[in-house]
Design a protein around this ligand. Structure first.
Ligand code: SPV
Ligand code: MG
Length: 431
């Protein structure tokens, strides 16, 4: 009996999947692959059902002979092993980043003479609604909050991009690229104090208050599902910090990062060019402990950010603080540096990771931006934050448009560098 293979990367089985299975049965014995968790995250979105549940769900469909777990989005390994006579898939993968997967299947099938069958994708209200429902669940505070912790356990490094508005949130949510034999997307979002302030035309000195920051969080949450890490600056007075922890946790923020500075905070990338004061180990540890005491779920993370390298206090000071802050209950350590190369970051990570391998290390490679995610992961980093790139991309583009219009006394010259009117009016989906 010929073998027919298809891979499901889904939490729910809808009419479209059943249609594929019905077609598949016409060609032979149907084997279904269920995509593993880590690849679901990269390819599609965070699974709302466990791998076991997803496997059981497919096994229960009549006509499915066998279910296996597919470990990679690309089909090289699974096709080499199974050598199915046919692979069957919806025709929706002909466009966009998914076309790289289609190409991969065609090339693999050609090696042994297998055939690809494509069935028209089922576009209808029921299918769309089923898909939307899963997405909306992921956006809810209870479903969103704990996801950062799960990602830290599930994937080698959590890739986090800066967002400061609904629009940048959509970019973080929807950008997918095909690369290195797979698809990739960001895992989490960073709401930066620098960019949240800059977007309001204000300096990054804790001037934008928590009420305004929550407005940004709300805008981002309205249109996204991915977990949020908030840059909470110094956390302010301990007496205020505890209230903010409760509020942010309730909103569904996954983690806050608080830095061990005190007094008037300036952006870390100024380093020692401006007057900045580091908090005492005792006081900052008390702040962390107070925050941990008031949170109400196990999901929420308070990550302690160490400014010793920024303030040129040395590696030993940074390590002593990391030990103290984790003892006070910090769920992770962010180590920051403004050096052009990552040597001091690697030194810190190697020592601290060897001492406390279960405490996630977070880094922000803005100045040492040549470092790759793979290198960071090899030094024990679990979360990488690209802390300001969307804002820095937008500013020169906007300023350039303003200059062009002023220079030419009309908008024709800049137009070809802009998003088309057709695209801007259809960019945002209506409910
Ligand atoms: C931010 O993005 O606001 C940060 C990171 O705190 S940095 O600007 O590098 O200090
Ligand atoms: Mg900041």
């Amino acid at each position: 009996m010929p073998k027919v293979y298809t891979c499901f990367c889904t939490d729910i089985i809808h009419e479209g999947h059943l249609n594929i299975l019905r077609e598949a049965q016409k060609y032979g014995e149907v084997i279904v692959g269920v995509l593993c968790d880590a690849e679901m995250v990269r390819y599609n979105r965070f699974p709302t059902r466990t791998l076991e549940e997803r496997v059981r769900q497919v096994e229960a469909v009549p006509g499915v002979a066998r279910v296996i777990v597919q470990d990679a989005i690309m089909y090289d390994a699974v096709l080499a092993e199974l050598q199915p006579d046919y692979v069957i898939h919806g025709d929706n993968w002909r466009k966009g980043p998914e076309s790289a997967i289609r190409q991969n299947v065609i090339e693999n099938l050609a090696q042994y003479g297998g055939q690809l069958i494509e069935v028209p994708y089922t576009y209808n209200e029921v299918v769309k609604n089923a898909d939307d429902r899963v997405r909306e669940q992921l956006a809810m505070p209870e479903m969103r909050r704990g996801r950062l912790r799960r990602l830290i356990e599930m994937i080698p490094i959590v890739k986090t991009i800066e967002v400061h508005s609904g629009l940048t949130g959509l970019i973080a949510e929807k950008t997918v690229v095909a690369r290195d034999g797979g698809l990739d997307q960001f895992d989490a979002m960073w709401i930066s104090s620098l960019c949240d302030s800059t977007d309001r035309g204000k300096p990054d000195i804790e001037l934008v208050d928590m009420t305004s920051r929550i407005r940004t969080i709300d805008d981002v949450m309205d249109v996204t599902t991915k977990p949020i890490i908030l840059d909470a600056d110094t956390g302010g007075l301990i007496e205020h910090f505890v209230y903010n922890v409760r509020t942010l946790e309730r909103l569904g923020v996954s983690a806050i990062i608080v830095e061990d500075k005190t007094g008037l905070k300036k952006n870390s990338l100024f380093g020692t060019e401006v007057q900045q004061t580091q908090d005492s180990i005792e006081h900052f540890s008390a702040k962390i402990a107070a925050g941990k005491r008031v949170q109400r779920t196990d999901d929420f993370m308070i990550i302690a950010r160490i400014e010793s390298l920024i303030l040129e206090k040395g590696l030993e000071d940074a390590l002593a603080r990391a030990r103290a802050y984790t003892a006070a209950g910090a769920d992770g350590i962010m180590i920051h540096s403004r050096k052009k190369d990552p040597t001091e970051i690697f030194q810190f990570c190697d020592t601290f990771h060897a001492e406390q391998p279960d405490v996630p290390i977070v880094v922000v490679p803005t100045s040492y931006n040549q470092v790759t995610e793979q290198e960071l992961a090899a030094h024990g980093v679990k979360v990488v934050i690209y802390a300001n790139q969307l804002m820095r991309a937008a500013f020169p583009a906007m300023e350039n448009a303003a200059r062009s219009i002023l220079t030419h006394h009309r908008a024709k010259e800049i137009d070809e560098q802009l998003l088309s009117i057709k695209k801007i009016i259809t960019l945002i989906d209506e409910l």
